[in-house]
Write a protein that binds this ligand. Structure first.
Ligand code: PAF
Length: 286
């Protein structure tokens, strides 16, 4: 497995390899969910590239950029074992040699709600770095496949829309969310949880499951019942000591509130809530 630091090094390494890359971007601290994406990506390209880069642009000033776990040796060992060919691990000065004053502005209809509402600028930071990573990875081949996890559902939608609007020659493939045996979605931020919080953390996915069940039960009356259902779901989590940002039912296609019931719209239930100092997100397709 080759490790490269700069965009020219990566492009040169890829130019020597025939065919098209499959790409899994990460911020490191890899868990089984990331590795499942790498396994999924392996047969989708001739060269498997994964990136490790904690992207400052997508963190708000009060967020955990500095403390975000960096586990370089373990990450490399896991990527090698999973069959990765090239790890692209730029230092900050390699990816942003000068202040990144050009930024991508994602469609506000999609990116200013939910995560974008609670983390303003987050998707601009994600799109900017993903565009730069795509330019580095797919330059030599003229295109390929990139795999993103459904755990970050809105991110996946935003990236898909970006690829479509810029006509990028990249096929975006979605990977299912990996879960711990109790149902907690795997996340690098789970490592912040105390033992007691870890035991409690599964309640977010249980609350989403209950909300999904109620959404289906509401049938065609869902749009009318939705505000009350969402409020009840948030109150139930808050009563257990959580600070919910949102628990909501949306259409899968555009993440807008459903206009018809579950029978008419394909739905997804999304949630974000803070448990102690840790903010967790999860979702469930209905
Ligand atoms: O999902 C992530 O890990 C990050 O948002 C990504 C896509 C690697 C961009 O920094």
């Amino acid at each position: 497995m080759q490790i490269v630091r700069t965009i020219p090094e990566l492009r040169a390494a890829l130019a020597k390899r025939p065919g098209r890359p499959a790409f899994v971007p990460t911020m490191g601290n890899l868990h089984d969910g990331h590795i499942a994406l790498v396994h999924q990506a392996r047969p989708l390209g001739d060269t498997l590239v994964s990136s490790i880069f904690v992207n400052r642009l997508q963190f708000l000033p009060h967020e955990d950029f500095d403390s975000y776990p960096r586990t370089w040796d373990a990450d490399c060992a896991r990527l090698q074992a999973a069959g990765c060919d090239i790890v692209f691990a730029p230092r900050e000065a390699d990816l942003y040699p000068e202040p990144q004053t050009f930024r991508l502005q994602p469609d506000p209809q999609l990116a200013d709600m939910l995560e974008g509402h609670f983390r303003p600028g987050f998707f601009a930071g994600v799109c900017t770095v993903v565009m730069k990573l795509f330019s580095a990875v797919f330059f030599a081949s003229g295109g390929g496949t990139a795999v993103f996890g459904k755990k970050d559902y809105q991110q996946l939608m935003v990236i898909r829309r970006m690829v479509q609007q810029f006509a990028l020659p990249v096929e975006v493939v979605a990977g299912d969310t990996a879960r711990a045996p109790d149902g907690l979605a795997l996340s690098s931020r789970n490592g912040y949880l105390s033992e007691a919080e870890r035991a409690e953390a599964v309640q977010l996915s249980l609350a989403l499951r209950a909300l999904a069940h109620e959404a289906v039960a509401a049938g065609p009356d869902l749009p009318a019942q939705l505000p009350a259902l969402e409020q009840r779901a948030q109150q139930a989590l808050a009563a257990r000591g959580w600070q919910p940002d949102y628990l909501t039912v949306r259409r899968r296609g555009d993440l807008q509130p459903p206009q018809t019931g579950a029978a008419g719209d394909a739905l997804v239930v999304l949630g974000a809530a803070r448990l102690g100092k840790t903010r967790l997100i999860d979702n469930l397709e209905v």
